[in-house]
Design a protein around this ligand. Structure first.
Ligand SMILES: [Zn+2]
Length: 301
């Protein structure tokens, strides 16, 4: 009797093993916008794990033990690059020694833009030769990355390569249509300057021809002091700006107080998708919401 049960257990284990193998590779992704692109390419072949929840700031984030375990068993890790998550760059070779590690910023053809350090965007110019890591906010980069994601998944899981390719092609078509819509919506406000909270939207601005003239924070994760805030208010008044865009993780009230009476509206732009559900639909919703927020604030008043 005991032996029979044992045989049954082995049979069940064999079945589950087979089912898992069919489900495609185990994939881990660093941030929600990239996770959304990967989820679109994987489609029915499986769901990627998301490392940094959109409510957290990727620049300095600490992994939970369960996430370290996810990384240990991953077949592929897709990540933006050490410019965005330096902590991950250091940890990845140890945490995921067996995984293929795909750094998206290194994808050939990716539009690279240098961080706008110095002047109205920063302090001492210490980041002057660093690449701006928020490259997913340019939909043309996202389209390039979709094709790369399909290639990498196909190399790991050749059986499903046709499906990965077809999913990527669909997603690229969707991004083209999205870009055209966002571009049309932004056309009327294209030449109206504005200020952002931290210099995260350069890739979006460049793609859609917008003009940010400064950032309140002078670097990644750097909270602005009173003097910096006063400088930005003076700039806003000097240029008769309509809008300053802060971010969901920032205390909007404290920023609004500084700009009270300056004629500047304080609105919110989200580079990561804090209020959106992670998954295939997040990327499109994110780009749409950034376009919508800018158009709405800049065309009011
Ligand atoms: Zn940033």
């Amino acid at each position: 009797m005991k032996k029979m049960i044992w045989n049954w257990v082995l049979a069940v284990l064999a079945l589950t093993g087979a089912a898992t193998a069919q489900d495609g590779p185990k994939v881990v992704v660093d941030i929600a916008p990239l996770h959304s692109l990967v989820a679109q390419v994987m489609g029915d072949m499986g769901q990627p794990d998301l490392l940094v929840p959109p409510t957290a700031l990727p620049h300095d984030f600490s992994l939970r033990p369960s996430q370290a375990r996810d990384l240990e068993t991953a077949d592929i890790v897709f990540w933006v690059g050490p410019e965005l998550t330096p902590w991950l760059g250091d940890a990845l070779p140890n945490l995921s020694p067996g995984a293929k590690r795909v750094e998206m910023l290194k994808t050939p053809g990716t539009f690279q833009r240098m961080l706008r350090d110095g002047g109205q965007f920063g302090g001492g110019g210490e980041h002057a030769d660093e690449s701006d890591p928020h490259a997913w906010l340019d939909p043309e980069n996202a389209a390039l990355w979709l094709a790369r994601i399909a290639q990498e998944l196909a190399a790991t899981d050749p059986e499903n390569s046709g499906a990965y390719k077809a999913n990527a092609e669909d997603a690229i078509q969707g991004i083209k249509e999205l870009s055209a819509e966002v571009s049309a919506r932004l056309a009327p406000v294209r030449d109206i300057p504005f200020i952002v909270y931290h210099d995260a939207f350069q890739h979006f601005e460049a793609r859609f021809g917008l003009t940010a003239i400064g950032s309140v924070a002078s670097g990644e994760g750097a909270a602005p002091g009173a003097r910096r805030m006063a400088e930005m208010r003076a700039l806003a008044e000097d240029r008769s700006l309509r809008c300053l865009f802060t971010e969901p993780q920032v205390n909007r009230e404290s920023v609004a107080q500084v700009f009270d009476g300056s004629g500047v509206s304080v609105s919110v732009l989200d580079p990561l998708g804090v209020d959106l559900d992670p998954g295939p639909g997040l990327y499109e919703a994110l780009i749409e919401s950034i376009g919508q927020s800018i158009a709405a604030c800049q065309s009011a008043g």
